[in-house]
Design a protein around this ligand. Structure first.
Ligand code: NAD
Length: 489
């Protein structure tokens, strides 16, 4: 019975109101920490989407012509409300996603940073003006694209929605946010805080659902731009469908991030960083270290990594993975690697946390002597698992990194500036770390990968996102009374 659910039924958020979906297709929302059902959410219909689009369309008339300096006032207030509600939002993130409270809080803190960037947009989007002929001026200005959609994954229920909401909306767009059907609750709290901050009704609308509603978004004629974050398989589907409908699309996909560890790397710092990158957020980060390439003699570092990883305790400083399906998938990769002849240095299979037996936990797992063609080396596992491959030199290591189809992040651990620069120059990834295991660029630098980790032009955050969320208007002006036509054609 829905009345017994901790969070009741999760509704859509349309025109500033909580609205029932017209769909009769519902799914359970459970906490992966213990497997308990905490809410139910409807898989929205085309009718729901039309309501959201109509509400955005109405709001766009006023919001798009509200000066940006006024628009960002909402985000000043939102930032303060995020800080005030940090504990509650972090608890919600933790409950629906399964990460630790510290990790959940860190992503709300990152949401604050993303909002701070959005309030700086008036400083960054000024147009240009030049007298291009005698008495004739050209001026440029950035104007909103219109009604836009943002489709998000399960792994960062607060941060990823905030990659797009503050920038797109501060730049004058009205948005339809499609949450991950696994974690719809945090976004509802974000909407509540934005309403409290004074965001006019209809500027942000939230609809929940799955494949069906994503396809409807890609096909909707009134939606002009779509950002997507999720797996590469779905990123390709969304990018192709949206662009074939002549919409702008930026679709971020999955990842397989390689960390190169050189023999001269600081052993303690490297072991701590690589392990934290592999196991943080239970390995469910698109920036997680998934493959480590040990270049030359690095056994002393690998043994320290095992010691570090043993300090990571499921249910204490390691959260759960999102579902039973994920847990089974991750464990089957480990089993396959073992069958293929790799050596399991630390095995996280069959982990059960006392008191949380219904939760989906996988312990930290380190697999050594992995060959580049094994599935643990080539596929995104999305769990707290690292596969170690061994090479004799940096070029062999880079050849492995370059051959992987993804390109979110790559990192090198070394004390040599020359070696670090060589890896940074030759790795095929959009975000490079030098002695950093999770090289997420902080604002105002933008976030975005290469290759199969991102489809479309530009990055999703920071300055780079301004191009995606705006169009450039060029106006040529002549106010003087001279009749001569002094023009180029
Ligand atoms: P997912 O691709 O399964 O789902 C993402 C979104 O797409 C969800 O909103 C979902 O409802 C929708 N969706 C799922 N299947 C669909 C289909 N067949 N057609 C249309 N829409 C569909 O991803 P996920 O499991 O929620 O998230 C994990 C993935 O996201 C990982 O691959 C991870 O690397 C990636 N990710 C990437 C980045 C990045 O910046 N590149 C950031 C976060 C997560």
């Amino acid at each position: 019975m829905s009345t017994e659910l901790k969070y009741g039924k999760t509704k859509n958020f349309i025109n500033g109101q909580l609205v029932n979906s017209t769909s009769n297709r519902w799914i359970d929302i459970y906490s992966p920490l213990n497997g308990e059902v905490i809410s139910e959410v409807a898989m929205s219909s085309n009718e729901d989407l039309n309501k959201a689009v109509n509400s955005a369309k109405k709001a766009f008339k006023t919001w798009s012509i509200t000066p940006i300096k006024d628009r960002v006032q909402v985000f000043f207030k939102f930032k303060n409300l995020l800080e005030k509600n940090m504990q509650e939002l972090a608890e919600l993130v933790q409950e629906e996603n399964g990460k630790t409270f510290g990790e959940a809080k860190a992503e709300v803190e990152k949401s604050v940073e993303l909002t701070e960037f959005a309030v700086s947009l008036p400083q960054l989007v000024q147009g240009e003006l030049l007298e291009v002929s005698k008495g004739v001026e050209c001026r440029t200005e950035r104007v909103p694209v219109g009604i836009v959609a943002s489709i998000v994954p399960f792994n960062f229920p607060s941060m990823v929605p905030n990659w797009t909401i503050p920038n797109a909306i501060a730049l004058g767009n009205c948005m339809i946010l499609k949450t991950s059907e696994a974690v719809p609750l945090s976004a509802m709290k974000i909407a509540e805080l934005l309403k409290e901050a004074g965001l006019p009704d209809g500027v942000l609308n939230i609809i929940h659902g799955d494949k069906e509603i994503v396809e409807a978004i890609c096909d909707h004629p009134e939606i002009k731009a779509i950002s997507f974050v999720g797996s590469t398989k779905v990123a390709k589907i969304v990018y192709q469908r949206a662009t074939s409908n002549l919409k702008n699309c930026l679709a971020l996909g999955g990842a397989k991030n390689h960390l190169l560890v050189l023999p001269d790397a600081n052993p303690e710092m490297t072991a701590a960083n690589v392990t934290a990158s592999m196991a943080g957020c239970a390995g469910q980060r698109c920036m997680a270290a998934s493959a480590m390439i040990a270049v030359g003699e690095t056994d002393h570092i690998i043994s320290k990594m095992v010691d570090e990883a043993k300090k990571i305790i499921p249910g204490e400083n390691l959260g759960s993975v999102i579902s039973k399906v994920s847990k089974d998938r991750i464990e089957s990769y480990i089993t396959q690697a073992e069958k293929d002849g790799a050596k399991i240095l630390l095995d996280g299979r069959n982990t059960i946390v006392k008191g949380k037996e219904g939760g989906f936990y996988v312990g930290p797992t380190i697999i050594d002597f992995v060959k580049p063609n094994m599935s643990v080396a080539t596929e995104e596992i999305f769990g707290p698992v690292i596969s170690i491959m061994r090479t004799n030199n940096i070029d062999e290591a880079l050849a492995i990194e370059n051959a992987n189809p993804y390109g979110n992040a790559a990192a090198v651990f070394t004390q040599s500036g020359g070696a670090a620069r060589y890896v940074a120059d030759h790795a095929s990834a959009g975000m490079i770390g030098v002695n950093i295991g999770v090289p997420v660029p902080r604002e105002p630098f933008s976030f975005g990968g290469w290759n199969d980790s991102s489809f479309g032009v530009g990055d999703i955050t920071g300055k780079s996102s301004i191009e995606f969320w705006t169009k450039l208007k060029k106006t040529t002006i002549k106010w003087n009374s001279e009749a001569s036509i002094n023009w180029m054609s």
